[in-house]
Each structure stands twice: as structure tokens, then as C-alpha cells.
Design a protein around this ligand. Structure first.
Ligand code: NAD
Length: 478
């Protein structure tokens, strides 16, 4: 279904994110017929260039990041014709008049702040001061939304001076993934899962976001943040919320976000022995973390594993194990819900026993599998085996996983539609920092040093022990 006509301004339109995600995402939606041809996309950044220059820049970005979609040159050119460009410094006064002249008053207006968060306030102020933003405008802001509670509050206050909460779309691209939304469909669209979705039937839950790459050229930025701030406070926390939340009364932005907020507020502080931090060593194919960030004394973590408790009626006693890190064995993001074993095996211990496991995979192949126990076929007596019930919609829809819309595509279309369900509300972000800050302060006060781990492995030994001592084990990274 096509969205309404819109003007979208991408501040930071010449940046890495615009090249890799935003522009290719818009192009894919254009090809899908979702973007009306009258819509306007305006790149805005510091570099001096004209509209023709920006089209050439975008053409290259599409060829690099959406090569399979560029076969029809006519379509590429038709999309490029929607683009224009204004040179603007977020802290300067040039270019704003020109931008004002490009905006149409009677269509949806969205401003994507794909720039460093330090510039959010400047952009908000100038959009307002130059009379460009209206009460109906929407702004999209990128991560990192602060580095602690105080800075997140400041960002929220800076935006709130000029925009209401209903106008602000804080991106967490994990929420735009098809599987993440499917998690909600599976939970709340079936009768099978919800009655079992609690501490009585769920043994534990694992959330893994593993990367094979190191910090590379982002070392300087990353070293100030670390895995807790860069990944757990936002992405893993959002996933945790969607798994743990109570059913919202309807699928509506505030109903969903209210329930997520309650989960964050119910999180217990994490005991020091339930936190494992790691740093990757040098490997055959790359330098160590410390070499990459250029500081031999850095104690920032490139890996973290946590055992977390949601202290409420539903989840009392069911741990959530979270882990994320760089330079691990595989690139893989998944949520695993491990159900308890049947209370009694009528087949005897020789038949084998196992648990139902629901795996929700976010990447590389988005999909869901439910492990169920059946009888091993054949005359060998009653022996039990596990088989996967595959609920991968990519196949069900007859599409290859690669053609599934990228998270950014969906989220940008949601901005145009005015649907905030998959965006973080200001109070959610602040609550997440309020939980994160004391954990970080705790290990800083203890002068905790991350444990070194070999690249290409599952991370530090202590992370395995975190589950092992509870009689559990992480799912293999594969
Ligand atoms: P980048 O450094 O590649 O690009 C920054 C862009 O901002 C450029 O277009 C630059 O011209 C513009 N810019 C810089 N200073 C400016 C100023 N004073 N006035 C106007 N424009 C200015 O950065 P990026 O990787 O594209 O990231 C942009 C934002 O998105 C950052 O907040 C980043 O944390 C976030 N983000 C990026 C990624 C990613 O994959 N690149 C992922 C998630 C979030």
C-alpha cells in the first residue's frame, strides 16, 4: 500500500548510514511501489554539492549496496529524480532558506537526523527558528541516544523544547526486523504460546547478538562506549522487553510502549558475579581490541554476558541470559526460549528426554523454529527425537530471506505513516539508562578488567560458566 506524499530531509545525507541503509532502503520501497513518485528526498550535509552531485553520490551508493535492484536503469533514474540537496551546517545559518523553499506545506514532513547526537539540539533549534518545522513535522533520531541517564535526559529535553513526543521517532533498527514483529504475532496471535509464556513453563531465555567483525575503524568511538552501552542498553533491552512484556490491550504505540516500560522498570540490579565482560585478543586475521583502539590500558568491553531477572509475577525465577560481542565465532542474532521438560517421562529415561525450544532468529536468516519431540520413526521401540517445526516466513512467502525488507525500510515508511509503535519513547530510553548506569558504575568502582578471549570463539570462558553453574548451556554460535 503506497504511503502518502512526503518530503523527507536527511541531515547527514552524505554519511555512511545514509549510503548503506537510508538511501538503498528508500529505493527498495520506491521499487515496491510504496513511495509515490511526487515525494521529495532532500540530502542535507556540510559538503558543498548540487542536486546533480547528490544524485551521482546516491547512484553509486545504490550500485554498491543494492546492486541486484539496479538492473532497471530507468527505475534508478526515476528514483534519483526525486532527490535534491542543500549544503547545511547544523551549527551555521547558510542553506536553511533554500531548504525552506523546497518544503511543501501540504504533505508529510520528516527530518531524519542521521548525524552525531551532539547536533540534534542544533538541528531542532534551527528547523524551528527558520520556520521550517511545523506542529505536524516528524523527526527521526539515531542511536546512540545518550551515553548515560543524564545525557539521555539532556537530549530528550533539547528535543522537547521544539517537538512533542508524538513527533519524535527514536530508531532502534532491531525493532524494524520482520522476525521481531513476528515475535509479537506469534505470542499474541495464537493461543498456543501465551499460556506457557511464564516462569511456570519457561526454564530460561537466551538473547544473543554476536558479530564476527572487530571494532575496525570505529575504535575511537567504540572505546568510549563498549558493548553494554553500544548494544545492551538499546538493542538487547528492546528484545528483552518484547519477550517479557504483558499483552498490550491493543497494537497501538503507547499501549505497546507502556508494557515495555514496565519490563525495564521491573529489572533487578545485576549482581557482579552475573556480569562477564571480555576483550578480544589478536588472532591470525586481525589485531587485538587494545591494538585496534590504540590504548593498551583500555578496560572497555568488546563482549558482555549478563544474567538478568525480571522481578515480576510472570517471570519470577526465570533468568534471561543476554550476551553480545565482537570477533566471535559467528555472526548471529537470536532469541531462544527454552521451555521446561515435561514433569514426568512415561517412556522411561532410556527413551531420551528433551525440552521444547522456540528459536527466533534475527540474522542471518530471519525465521522461527520450534523444537518438538516426536517418536523416532521405525521399529526400534519408543525412542524420542527432536525435530524442528520450521516457521520461517521467508519460505512460506516464497521469497528468499535476502529480499525481505530491511529494518530501515520498514521504519522509514512507519515514520511517513505516523506509526510510532516500533520506535522508542523518551521514558523508555531513560529507564533503560537508569538500569544500565549503576551496573557500569559498579564495575568501574571495582576496577574490573575484562577477560581476554580468542577471536573466533564463543567469548570468554566465564561466559560459559555463567550458564554452566546453573546447569544450562548457551546455544552454539553457528
Ligand atoms: P558519518 O560520519 O558517516 O556521516 C555524518 C554525516 O553528518 C555526514 O553527512 C556529514 O556531512 C554530516 N555532518 C557532520 N557534521 C555536520 C554538521 N555540523 N552539520 C551538518 N551535517 C554534518 O556518520 P554515520 O555513520 O552516517 O552516522 C550518522 C548517525 O547515525 C550517527 O549518530 C551514528 O551514531 C548513527 N548510526 C550510524 C550507523 C551506521 O551504520 N553508520 C548505525 C547506527 C547509528
Amino acid at each position: 500500500i503506497p504511503v502518502e506524499d512526503f518530503d523527507l530531509v536527511i541531515f547527514g545525507g552524505t554519511g555512511d548510514l545514509a549510503r548503506r541503509k537510508i538511501l538503498p532502503g528508500l529505493f527498495h520501497r520506491y521499487l515496491a511501489g510504496q513511495i509515490p513518485p511526487e515525494a521529495r528526498i532532500v540530502g542535507a550535509a556540510r559538503s558543498e554539492m548540487d542536486a546533480e552531485g547528490y544524485r551521482a553520490f546516491t547512484r553509486e551508493a545504490l550500485q554498491e549496496f543494492a546492486p541486484n535492484s539496479c538492473k532497471d536503469g530507468g527505475q534508478v533514474e526515476a528514483f534519483l529524480a526525486m532527490l535534491s540537496y542543500v549544503a547545511i551546517d547544523a551549527r551555521g545559518d547558510g542553506g536553511w532558506k533554500e531548504l525552506a523553499g523546497l518544503m511543501r506545506p501540504d504533505v508529510v514532513q520528516a527530518f531524519y537526523f542521521s548525524v552525531a547526537p551532539a547536533l540534534f539540539g542544533d538541528l531542532a533549534e534551527r528547523l524551528h527558528g527558520h520556520g521550517i518545522a511545523t506542529e505536524a513535522s516528524r523527526i527521526v533520531v539515531e542511536k546512540p541516544f545518550g551515553r548515560d541517564l543524564e545525557s539521555a535526559r539532556q537530549l530528550n529535553r533539547g528535543l522537547a523544547e521544539y517537538f512533542t513526543e508524538e513527533q519524535i521517532y527514536r530508531i532502534d533498527h532491531y525493532l524494524g526486523k520482520e522476525t521481531v514483529q513476528n515475535l509479537m504475532a506469534v505470542r499474541f496471535g495464537n493461543v498456543l504460546f501465551e499460556p506457557l509464556w511464564n516462569a511456570q513453563f519457561v526454564d530460561h531465555i537466551q538473547v544473543t547478538v554476536a558479530e564476527t567483525v572487530g571494532v575496525g575503524g570505529r575504535g575511537e568511538y567504540y572505546d568510549k562506549s563498549g558493548a553494554m552501552r553500544d548494544m545492551v542498553q538499546n538493542h538487547l533491552m528492546q528484545l528483552l522487553c518484547l519477550i517479557a512484556m504483558e499483552p498490550p490491550s491493543k497494537f497501538d504505540p503507547d499501549a505497546v510502549r507502556d508494557e515495555k516500560l514496565k519490563v525495564i522498570r521491573a529489572l533487578d540490579p545485576v549482581a557482579p558475579e552475573d556480569i562477564v565482560r571480555g576483550q578480544y585478543r589478536a588472532g591470525e586475521d586481525g589485531p587485538s581490541y587494545l591494538e585496534e583502539v590504540g590504548d593498551p590500558r583500555s578496560t572497555t568491553e568488546s563482549f558482555i554476558a549478563l544474567k538478568v531477572h525480571v522481578a515480576n509475577w510472570r517471570w519470577n525465577g526465570t533468568p534471561f541470559y543476554l550476551r553480545t560481542g565482537k570477533r566471535l565465532r559467528a555472526r548471529m542474532s537470536e532469541i531462544v526460549v527454552v521451555f521446561k521438560e515435561p514433569p514426568h517421562s512415561i517412556f522411561g529415561d532410556d527413551a531420551g528426554r528433551s525440552a521444547n525450544i522456540l528459536t527466533i532468529r534475527l540474522q542471518p536468516d530471519e525465521g522461527m523454529t520450534l523444537q518438538v519431540t516426536i517418536k523416532e520413526p521405525g521399529p526400534g521401540g519408543m525412542r524420542l527425537i527432536d525435530v524442528p517445526l520450521d516457521m520461517s516466513f521467508a519460505e512460506a512467502l516464497g521469497e528468499s530471506g535476502n529480499q525481505m525488507p530491511d529494518a530501515y525500510e520498514r521504519l522509514i515508511m512507519d515514520v511517513v505513516r505516523g506509526n510510532q509503535t516500533l520506535f522508542m519513547r523518551g521514558d523508555e530510553v531513560e529507564a533503560a539508562w537508569a538500569w544500565t548506569d549503576p551496573l557500569i558504575a559498579g564495575w568501574e568502582a571495582r576496577r574490573d578488567k575484562p577477560q581476554a578471549y580468542h577471536p573466533g570463539t564463543n567469548g570468554p570462558e566465564d561466559s560459559l560458566m555463567l550458564l554452566h553453574r546453573d546447569g544450562r548451556r548457551w546455544r552454539d554460535l553457528e
